[in-house]
Design a protein around this ligand. Sequence first.
Ligand code: SAM
Ligand code: SF4
Length: 331
Amino acid sequence: MSQPLTDRHSRIHRSLRISIVDKCDLRCTYCMPEDQHFLKREELMTREEIGTIARLFVERYGVNKIRLTGGEPLLRPDVVDIVRDMIELPVSLGLTTNAMNLHKHLDGLYEAGLRKLNVSLDTFDAERFRTIARRDGYWTVWNNVRRAHDKGMRIKLNMVVMRGVNDDEILRFVQLTEHNDIHVRFIEFMPFAGNHWGRERVYTYAEMLGHIGSVYSFEKLTDDPHSTAKAYRVPGWSGTFAVISTVTEPFCGNCDRLRITAEGKMRNCLFAREETDLLSALRRGEDIAPLIEANVLAKHAMLGGLPQFKPEKQEEVLHDLSARPMVSIGG
Ligand code: SAM
Ligand code: SF4
């Protein structure tokens, strides 16, 4: 008999992120350690296993939002088939990508029914792109963003803002929203294994608003109750901008996200240090519902049990981090 979920847990965990592959064709400094090793193909969930796990979350636990991620999800040859499977579920479906291979899959993804894309883009400078991503690709990514936008995809652009690296481009990203219905999201640089995080490298939510406010006046928009982003608009402009303030103003109390890694491990928080192996149990033919419920109930109140990301706690945070780097969590 599985343990019943409390009202609170069954109510709040409605959003599932599924990483469908752990490898990536970029090597962003803030995400992937230099010595990253990737899983073997047989260790990844198959398309069918992803479908089985996703269906259980939707039908039994009321998940109504699924986001496919990676690594880089477009590196998976059956990504369009997986999208087609997910579209059949009663969920709002999105996909997070670096857009390096989007031109190859855009028509297929669109025809399968996908309309929501989150694209990572940290700079408008091709040289700087190469420094951050440790590979060339700026023009490929930017052309693909335009293509997807023109095709009618809803685009959110994710920019990880790092002090002294790309904080001088914030206004250019805001400017993009004047004539384009694009949603820019500035993300505070978060600590993960092997990403050289330091609290002094975080360009904060308050600094971002101060900087933007010194040039533009903007209005606050109403956020979805479970949104991780605080959204704003320059009045009259087509797009919006938002800040994800995990470091300086975490929003753990409203978080409704659960995550599955590419090898089928469930995580109840981005910063979780414990994981539950759903895939091995599924492959042994076991009922995975009790494992899911135990994992949800073990969720820490804040930041996966890490201390708050204050400057004086930096050493403790770095010491206590999960061993899993962001590239294999999925965002
Ligand atoms: N490869 C895809 C991409 O880049 O969009 C999906 C996976 S990536 C891990 C998902 C998101 O995590 C991206 O938007 C990326 O910018 C964000 N991310 C990675 N490392 C981060 C960090 N240290 N702090 C904040 N966001 C981070
Ligand atoms: Fe790859 Fe995305 Fe991580 Fe960059 S942010 S290394 S594109 S997974």
